[in-house]
Design a protein around this ligand. Structure first.
Ligand SMILES: [Ca+2]
Ligand SMILES: [Ca+2]
Ligand SMILES: [Ca+2]
Ligand SMILES: [Ca+2]
Ligand SMILES: [Zn+2]
Length: 574
């Protein structure tokens, strides 16, 4: 009796200890690059059987580009499982994309063994997570003077104004407050006036109105005396215009660099995708706008196969419900054209579907109640952009006025008396920390749900029929219970990845083929190598095959897909 009590106590203590050992993190804050590394190492140390942490390589400035693999390694190596790829912050100033990746990694490990669906998912599938692609610019977003629009691109020097000098005239923190904000100069012949609803806001003048201000852009001076201010800041190679499909030179697509995959960061991502043909779906996280974007990315892009559009649409609607307010859109018709971007590269080169996820929306900053004007142009609350003065009310009532730097006089060496002020970082593109947890969880769960739709196959021998002596008709079936086919329509049509192999071993195979109609017995027999049938299996569907074999022992039937993993079963010819 006593012994039992002690045993129970020990078990209780052990499970408490296990719970206490689980790392927990604050998800209402942002992590700088050192802290991102620490979070990843903490997760990996706590879950060594679920994770592998590697550096894909060094960035342009020599920082590690971390990649975390998450799967239950006891049920098989990650390369043998269907996989979902997710990365963040290829645009370095779109920082919360990294937190979405970190949160997802933590959630999967934390809930493994607790939530059945997560447990089953990590037993049969893998996640490849690259929290920060543009590690250099994201690191500098925390360490250098900040602006929400600075740090998008790779830190590769480019002569933006073609004057023979590289990166010679960047925006600068003139008043030394650690922020790079807007400059304005008093000008009765300018373009803007003070908003009568809020003295901090400037609005464009309408015909007949008296102007007060000319806006001068970001803080900075004409460093090289060429008559322009801020015309050539650090870099300008946009790594999400650098992927190797429908890449266009900079005179068509600004920031595309000299040739596809030029920045080291983009290159290591592309190499990783190439080296992992088991990836069946991709996400690249960005801000801003609240969107899940897919191709075609431009008017010159090939169309998405109608069968793949059905999958995209089905998943996209789930995304819209999981993250209310976000819209699922075709990139070039719903937003704008891009060339050489990630999701089209995934789809057209490797043949797996991918979304570009745009985090944060202007309606996050709404300040209005149910009796205020309720809806936007398309009748939804989400399409109504808050006006700048409404955003100031949000600032005052929810952020104690800390989102906006009041306009302050400054003596500028070239413009004379100017004013510096404007929206601070955390006000535009990135949300204040307290808004993060809900956003992180919803987008993470959309990825989890998407991963649950990766091919989930099993194989069975449906029948073995003796045709006389040692001649047998063997029928086998692969069943895919998930929402994605084992291969996308584009991957099949353009042969972007090997076809799945339905094979039989252990007997002499005389003929074989895919069963077109198993009730009528129609079989599409192949001319060569009938023991090795090349095929695929539809979503929530089955693939039947038939072989005529000579033998008398055990046969092994196997279904092996690059994106579905391999399953096999044995049967006896008797
Ligand atoms: Ca230059
Ligand atoms: Ca430059
Ligand atoms: Ca200049
Ligand atoms: Ca210049
Ligand atoms: Zn972006």
């Amino acid at each position: 009796m006593k012994r039992h009590v002690i045993m129970l106590l020990l078990i209780a203590v052990a499970s408490l200890a296990a719970a206490a050992d689980k790392p927990s993190f604050h998800w209402d804050r942002y992590y700088d690059q050192d802290a991102v590394t620490e979070v990843l190492e903490t997760i990996h140390d706590a879950y060594p059987d679920l994770t592998e942490l590697t550096s894909l390589g060094k960035s342009v400035e020599g920082r590690d580009i971390w990649q975390l693999t998450i799967t239950n390694e006891k049920t098989g190596d990650h390369t043998t499982k269907p996989a979902l790829y997710a990365d963040g912050a290829i645009h370095g100033n779109e920082i919360q994309a990294t937190e979405v990746c970190l949160y997802t990694a933590w959630l999967l490990c934390d809930r493994y063994g607790e939530w059945d669906r997560v447990t089953e998912l990590l037993d049969r599938a893998a996640f490849y997570i690259v929290p920060t692609v543009n590690v250099d610019s994201r690191a500098r977003y925390f360490s250098d003077p900040q602006s929400h629009n600075i740090g998008r691109t790779a830190r590769m020097p480019v002569d933006d104004d073609h004057d023979g000098l590289l990166d010679e005239d960047a925006p600068a923190d003139l008043d030394g407050d650690g922020l790079i904000l807007q400059m304005r100069v008093r000008d009765p012949h300018g373009t803007h006036r003070t908003d009568p609803d809020d003295p901090r806001t400037v609005i464009r003048v309408k015909p007949g109105e008296q102007a007060e201000w000319t806006l001068l852009g970001l803080e900075g001076v004409d460093d090289d005396g060429d008559g322009q201010v801020n015309e050539d800041g650090p870099g300008y190679v946009d790594m999400n215009r650098s992927f190797a499909f429908n890449w266009q030179p900079p005179y068509v697509q600004s920031g595309s660099g000299n040739f596809p995959l030029e920045p080291a960061n983009t290159r290591v991502v592309a190499d990783f995708l190439r080296d992992h043909p088991n990836i069946g779906f991709g996400f690249a996280w960005h801000n801003t706008g609240g969107m899940f974007l897919r191709g075609p990315s431009s008017e010159s892009s090939p169309p998405v196969d109608p069968a793949d559009v059905e999958v995209y649409d089905w998943l996209g609607k789930e995304g819209e419900r999981t993250v209310p307010g976000y819209r699922y859109l075709v990139a070039h018709t719903g937003l704008y054209a891009t060339y050489g971007d990630f999701d089209e590269f995934c789809y057209q080169v490797f043949g797996f579907l991918a979304y570009t996820g745009e985090l944060s929306m202007s309606t996050d900053y709404a300040y209005r109640g149910r009796n205020d004007e309720p809806s936007g142009p398309d009748g939804t609350i989400w399409s109504r952009r808050p006006t700048l003065s409404e955003k100031q009310q949000f600032n005052d009532h929810l952020m104690a006025g800390e989102m906006f730097q009041e306009w302050t006089p400054f003596q500028h060496p070239q413009y004379g008396e100017v004013e510096i002020g404007g929206w601070k970082p955390w006000a535009v593109r990135t949300n204040p920390g307290w808004m993060l947890p809900d956003m992180l969880h919803r987008n993470a769960m959309f990825m989890v749900w998407t991963a649950m739709q990766l091919p989930d196959v099993s194989v069975e021998v449906v029948s073995t029929e003796n045709l006389g002596d040692d001649l047998w008709r063997v029928r086998a079936r692969c069943v895919n219970t998930a929402g994605m086919p084992t291969l996308s329509a584009n991957a099949r049509r353009r042969q972007l990845v090997r076809r799945d192999l339905f094979t039989i071993e252990g007997a002499e195979v005389l003929s074989g083929g895919v069963v077109l109609n198993h009730w009528l017995g129609n079989v599409e027999t192949v001319a060569n190598r009938p023991e090795r049938l090349e095929t695929w299996t539809p979503a929530q569907g089955a693939r039947d095959v038939e072989w005529i074999v000579r033998g008398d022992g055990k046969v092994t039937v196997r279904y092996d897909g690059a994106r579905s993993g391999a399953v096999q079963v044995e049967a006896r010819l008797q």
